[in-house]
Design a protein around this ligand. Sequence first.
Ligand code: H2U
Ligand code: ZN
Length: 354
Amino acid sequence: MASFDLAQQPHRRFNPLTGEWLLVSPHRALRPWQGQQEAPDRSQRPAYDATCYLCPGNTRAGGIVNPPYTGTFVFDNDFAALTPDAPRGSVELGGLLRAEAESGVGRVICFSPRHDLTLPEMSTPDIRRVVDVWAEQFAELGAREDINYVQIFENKGQVMGCSNPHPHGQIWAQRTMPGDPAKETVQQLAYYQEHGRTLLADYLAIELQQQTRVVIDNAHWVALVPFWAAWPFETLVVPRRAVQDVTQLTDEERDALADIIRRLTIRYDNLFQTSFPYSAGLHQRPTDGEAHPEWHLHMHFFPPLLRSATVRKFMVGYEMLANPQRDITPEYAAQRLRELSEVHYKQAPEPAAS
Ligand code: H2U
Ligand code: ZN
């Protein structure tokens, strides 16, 4: 083992949150790369767009008019994937064919009235208002008898299937536990029962000691590239205090989360000087009425870009048929993100043309 080098040799890494493995092939990152390098994207959208269904005062697809909101704005998704009134029970099809009715709620959260902003371009107090909305929504939906899991997330950028650049996220809340949070519950519970501490508290302690995968931190949060990251620049945002959901965060912890989100997403935009696409979201305890002390709230960022504003990682071939795989190591990705400035490139003075 002494000669084994995680930075050079192919190996597998274990994801303790899901119990799954990942293949890392660092030697392949040395392949010659002759792809394009795009110019920085300095395009600007208007602050208000009359054709946008999320801008204040505009009419949505169903004919409902948005209020003239000035902060955040939440509404029931007009095309929600889940509806509250779905019938209950399993559908008898026989043998290997299993189906169950599922019910739930879909909501859209506008982060800002400004059509031209994204999280990295918003102020920390304005992002803090988004954190408060997450907490309000989790409290309201989680208290419902018919909702046992609340998924809060954001799709950003066209490559992630986001339909509108107006800054917004979504909530899908449902009666059953979906796959990934269910796996994380099993894994965290087993760890908590054995050690009496949360899995992520112990993992965070290792990362803070090693410092090789930490990107940024503040008094209450740490953003790092997890040891088992599947996407090239994937990050995990973890609170230093083990809390089960956003409603338990103190005022200071909420401000600090807004600070981390702002600084991390600015680094993301600066990496390839483009509005960095990702899917991101909170993972929190199930809302089934149990306390779930094993749960340690966290936020995942899953961004697809690999080498430039247009060259992305595809989860295809081996990844579709076997398990996720990556070339650049998580340690290298963390180092790249650490080296970047926290002044958004659009706000930084343009370099003189040469
Ligand atoms: P994205 O986050 O993937 O862009 O989705 C935006 C959501 O907005 C999408 O789920 C909803 C869509 O159903 N929507 C409305 O609720 N009303 C509209 O008028 C258009 C889109
Ligand atoms: Zn808009």
